[in-house]
Design a protein around this ligand. Sequence first.
Ligand code: HEM
Length: 196
Amino acid sequence: MTEAPIHPLWLRLTHWLNALAVLVMVGSGWQIYNATPLFGFRFDRAITLGGWLAGGIQWHFAAMWLLAGNGVVYLLCNIGSGRLWRKFFPLSPRALLADLGAALRGHMSHADLHRYNSVQRAAYLFVMVDSILLVLSGLVLWKSVQFPLLRELLGGYEAARRVHFFAMAGLVGFVAVHLVMVALVPRTLLAMLRGR
Ligand code: HEM
């Protein structure tokens, strides 16, 4: 009998489609930001996508369907299969601090790839919630008149721009740490590619 994979096929597919969507959304988002910067800086052209404002908007609007649709499939499969509760809970502040302390001292608990430690659980839950916030604030920026309740919940259009920006910064921060962790424990990458 073949052993159940560490990461089921649907998870690996949605993970890699998500990574592609995030890359396009961030690069094109920085292009759009550069046209009317919220803060006193612009992103270097070399790390933006689309060439100019309209090009950036086209990439952003194309990839948003992939990001949102793929995210809904991931969440439905994760919740429907009971995997969300199994993999990411329980999660207590005490366990989180203990695992964080161990990780900072270089003792990462990665022995069993079937289990996420508390730092991984918290980081992955954070990026799920953060991505939902990115999509919701993006909806307000895209169709502010059609989503008045959402707009007011986020504090109005201008506040939604800031929410969108800081949620992007949170996502980029997550990805940076995520890539360092993958580089430190490369066998996790094999599992996310091949399932085992
Ligand atoms: C670009 C945006 C990315 C996001 C938002 C993201 C998000 C996530 C999330 C939420 C998980 C946990 C999934 C679950 O078990 O349900 C995960 C796992 C994983 N991701 Fe990513 N990821 C991204 C990019 C990448 C990239 C570029 C790589 C590799 C080069 C990568 C490698 C992995 C690996 C190896 C795991 C399994 C980690 C482990 O077993 O500890 N991810 N990712």
